[in-house]
Design a protein around this ligand. Sequence first.
Ligand code: FES
Ligand SMILES: [Fe+2]
Length: 642
Amino acid sequence: MNEEQNRRLTQVGRGTPMGEVLRRHWMPIAGASELDENPIKPLRLMGEDLVLYRDLSGNHGLVERACAHRRADLSYGFVEADGIRCSYHGWAFNASGKCVSRPYEDTVNPDITKRGRICIQGYPVKEKAGLLWAYLGPAPAPELPDWEPFSFENGFVQIVVSDVPCNWLQCQENSIDPVHFEWMHNNWSTRLSGQTGPYSAEHKEVAFEEFDHGLVYKRIRGEATKADAMWTVGRVCLWPNAFFLGDHFEYRVPIDDENTLSISWIFTRLPQEVESYSQPSVPTWRSPVKDDATGRWVTSHVINQDMVAWVGQGVIADRTKETLGLSDRGIVMLRRRFEQDIAAVERGEDPKGVIRDPAKNVRVQLPIAEREFLLRGLPRQVLLAHPIWRQHYEGFRFAYGAARVGPPGFPGGGRPMNTLSTIQKACVARLRRIDVCALSDALDKLGRAGAVTGIPQRSGQGRIAGVAVTMKVGPGQPPPGEPRHLGCTAIELSGPDQVIVVEQRSGVEAGCWGGLLTLGAKVRGVEGVIADGPLRDVDEAIAYGFPIFSRSLTCLTARSRVVELGTQLPVALGNVSVQPGDYVVADRSGVVVIAAASIEEVLDTAEAIARREGGMAKALQGGTPISQVMNRDYEQMLENKR
Ligand code: FES
Ligand SMILES: [Fe+2]
């Protein structure tokens, strides 16, 4: 591909070839619930600065962000019964952008004709499936697609949004790229969890086809045959900018040439036992793409892993430098098809995928490999025994930072996964046998950070070790979703072999852990709590014999001082960052944090150190002079560590 072609396919501004193609389609732009707290939201879409609002009559509008009068920012305006009013001099605009009120002019010089001519850009907005959709193209607008899953029943829908700092096309090319699943989601996840294998089933054959609403890819992996649904049905690269996987849509909406709004609509089919379930409202939550503590992209969840690939390709991928292979035939099809779309729009025709006939826009079916299950569901026990559906039932694997939302009887509905693998359990068992000093020596030897001091044991007996479930506490606003008491989510996510790690370093004197939480954690069999912050009700923790390590003690309650800012997000202990899923060990000497990816290496090293120290102790007990043991062996031991 040459530079000119790359520009043509990636530019999204008004008047650019691809920008005009994209403007022929409705785009999801927000979750409707995003306007529940503040009815006005500034948005940038395809290079245009806009304001989305819900007015006092409940109608939505999407208008230019700059006021027609003297260009003040309408996102600081306020909504009226019909439209939005600028907070500078009170001019008001309806959803079509027409100026409907100029207070001073209307009083002293009521020139109705003139007022009628003043307008800003306004675009139609529709609500469907909990999403708000906008159409930025020429009238008449086509049909807003009524995809079949939007009417699925007995499921829980959530909308997840992220800002991704790269061009939309590289995100969309990911929708027609079957092989990356094997590497990016399967094998890389295995490595991220600290395991070196086994790797997942290889792709043996892939195929790509076009249909009315996009492209389809098909795959054969490992021992699967052509009777497998991944071959007979496949997955959908939905035209022009989404990926559809049966139970969820991932839209890649251009913000401008260099930024993309990722909007996922995710349906989780509930067990048959909770039918008929009807969801009161569709939550929307924002998934962070970057870990603030390290400045690195989040890698723990499926969509986040994809984002690592997209942003890694550059702000706008330089396709002149690619080396395409046989696995990229779908990518080539997609680019060629977009070129045809550009030509069609230039001829004044509709591009691919536009639906004009309302009669054809009713529960439009797309290829769905799991249609039977999504429509009819399964009993809870069958679901729990299923290798894939079980994961959905127990946690949220798609995007990092899940909101605290979920339907009744579906504990994992909106929450991250918390099931420990047998390998994690085995690592915890090994960690329990090693003291913190030996682990700290191992980290030193490997040149890794992880030792934390100044967080002494306040209750319980002996060393604790486990996989971290994290929680952050401080002054501010709790995350969106149903309000929950501080700590409850972390406790419900935890169990044996897990340690709750709390950060409360806001400087506000207030407990971040207390007596009832201690009991709640103990009842669930949680290993212990490590808090970089003040612990309350220490006497109760001592009475329960439940291990807690904390930076300080306090009698001050969290109520009206601090809130839970989030669960399962990166937190800090001292100057060490802890990711959910990292390993933590604490004893009276200190605390160590071991990144999940390096657990095997650290364990091997620490066990070698512990063995050597054991040998030295034996020599001392056997009468070898201490100077000899220490001078020779200790130096040698340190030497061996390096
Ligand atoms: S700038 Fe908006 S009313 Fe004056
Ligand atoms: Fe992916």
